[in-house]
Write a protein that binds this ligand. Structure first.
Ligand code: ATP
Ligand code: MG
Length: 152
């Protein structure tokens, strides 16, 4: 399905404005170029973004900041979710996409979920020939980046 990907990202981000505000978190979307039409499965990609934004809110401290950025890159698009929250220890990064991985409770304020969200997200992205990657620094923040290729 062809969607206006900037509008799509704005719409999903805005669903989280209330919960972000309730947690004193500033949530912004940044669409680098408006009006880009892109072929994707809206329900599935919404599920991926929902988990990434939900995580960012859950694992970000009060007064934190989250930015959802949509860009056009060579061969496709990227949508990234950047937070300035707890971060993930470097030694744990290879495991975040595994089922039931959860960081220790001390860092996540006891609000961790089932540990399935990222495993499901990764499966969806792989099924779309895309890539889901993470960069993080403990105590500084985390960025998850979703790359989706142009339809072949
Ligand atoms: P679920 O999504 O199934 O409700 P979950 O959020 O615990 O549960 P995942 O979304 O798979 O599961 O995330 C796995 C773990 O990775 C989390 O429990 C958390 O420890 C860590 N994590 C994920 N996103 C972030 C983030 N943005 N900042 C810090 N840690 C994160
Ligand atoms: Mg999650």
């Amino acid at each position: 399905e062809e969607v206006d990907v900037g509008a799509f990202v704005d719409r999903i981000t805005s669903k989280f404005q209330t919960i972000a505000r309730d947690n004193n978190i500033e949530l912004k979307s940044h669409i680098e170029k408006e009006g880009i039409m892109f072929s994707l499965d809206p329900d599935k990609i919404e599920q991926v973004l929902t988990n990434l934004i939900d995580n960012a809110i859950r694992y970000t401290h009060e007064n934190g900041k989250i930015t959802v950025t949509q860009s056009v890159v060579k061969g496709g698009i990227t949508i990234s979710v950047e937070d300035d929250g707890t971060g993930i220890p470097e030694e744990d990064l290879p495991f975040v996409f595994e089922r039931f991985y959860k960081a220790d409770k001390a860092r996540t304020r006891g609000r961790a979920g089932t540990g399935l969200g990222l495993a499901i997200a990764k499966n969806i992205v792989n099924a779309h020939q895309g890539q889901l990657t993470v960069a993080s620094k403990l105590g500084e923040g985390t960025t998850f980046t979703l790359f989706l290729p142009n339809r072949q």
